[in-house]
Unconditional design. Sequence first.
Length: 143
Amino acid sequence: MSLGDRLRIIFSVKDTPEKIALAFAVGIFIGISPFLGLHTLMALAFASILRVNKLVTLAGAFVTNPLTIIPIYSFATWVGIKMTGQENTLSQTNFKDITIINIFSILKELILPFFVGTIAFGLIAAALSYLFVYYILKRMREV
C-alpha cells in the first residue's frame, strides 16, 4: 500500500477528526512496537477495543514494512541505547559473526535497548502523528 493510498484512506473516512487521528496514532505506535509479527493482529484488536476505524489503524501499523523496518528499528534501538546508557553494546558486537543459529546470543544485550527504544520512539511518533492527522483533517473539513 503506497503512502498516497494510505492518505486517501485516512482522509476519506467518515468519522470525527479525533477518532481518525487516534486510530492512526494507535497504528503508528503498534507499527513501531517491538512485537514484530503481531502488528496486524494487535492493530485489529486495539482498533476493536478503542472502537476506531480498523483500516486507518492498519494504515498506521504498516509504517513498518520491508522498506522501513531496518531504519525504524535501528533508530529506535539507538534511542534505547542512549536511554539505557548502554553505549558500549554496539562497539562490542561483531555483526560479521551473526548467523541464524547465534543471533540471539550475540544480540541479547540489545534486547533491552530495543524494547525501550521502540516503545519510546513509538509513543513520540504516535503523538506527533495524532497531531498531524488531526490538524490536517480539521483544516480539510473547514473548507
